[in-house]
Write a protein that binds this ligand. Structure first.
Ligand SMILES: Nc1nc2c(ncn2[C@@H]2O[C@H](COP(=O)(O)OP(=O)(O)O)[C@@H](O)[C@H]2O)c(=O)[nH]1
Ligand SMILES: [Mg+2]
Length: 169
């Protein structure tokens, strides 16, 4: 799972796994600087990549994060896919596109999740989902931890991915 700081990644992980405080939800963006591995049912890891795009982080630290993520995405042989989170009120950033670039040669499935969908009306949301699909060339689903929108679809998509790898729990 990847996405810029404050996109709602920790909230989504907690909601997806049904645990209130597994991943730390912060009001201070840019806090998580490492990869967090969650072993699920002793079968597979959900990997929480460090957030990016937080303006106050020094350039050298930013470069370090980029390298960390690039290395992980390009060399982790057990990686089976990427879920990229995007805020429904923002446009995809160069960093978001960079992640897809790093993965391109590996031809792994990518799913975009449009977060905080409760913050905009349905029309805007639908337009955003289509915009993301067109700009990024990957399927996108709207999601909200508040309303639960997209939760079933996301769980289903992850389940399908695992099933393909015979990792179905
Ligand atoms: N309204 C709304 N707020 C959300 C949603 N998801 C996350 N947030 C809020 O966005 C902020 C950042 O969330 P967090 O999960 O820590 O983001 P992270 O930095 O990507 O891990 C917190 O204040 C969350 O409560 C959502 O679906 N709807
Ligand atoms: Mg977080």
């Amino acid at each position: 799972m990847a996405g810029r700081s404050n996109v709602g990644k920790s909230s989504l992980i907690n909601r997806l796994l049904g645990q209130r405080k597994l991943a730390k939800v912060s009001s201070t963006p840019g806090k998580t600087r490492s990869l967090n591995f969650y072993l699920i049912n002793e079968k597979f890891y959900l990997v929480d990549l460090p957030g990016y795009g937080y303006a106050k982080v020094p350039r050298t630290v930013k470069a370090g994060w980029g390298k960390l993520i690039e290395d992980y995405l390009q060399t982790e042989t057990r990686l089976i896919g990427l879920i990229l989170l995007l805020d429904c009120r923002r446009n995809p950033t160069p960093e978001d596109l960079q992640l897809l670039d790093w993965l391109e040669r590996r031809q792994l499935p990518v799913l975009a999740v449009v977060t905080k969908s409760d913050k905009v009306n349905r029309d805007l949301l639908n337009r955003k989902v289509r915009q993301v699909e067109t700009e990024l060339g990957v399927p996108a689903i709207p999601f909200s931890v508040k309303s639960g929108l997209g939760l079933k679809e996301l769980a289903g998509a992850v389940g399908d991915l695992l099933m393909e790898k015979n990792l179905k729990i």
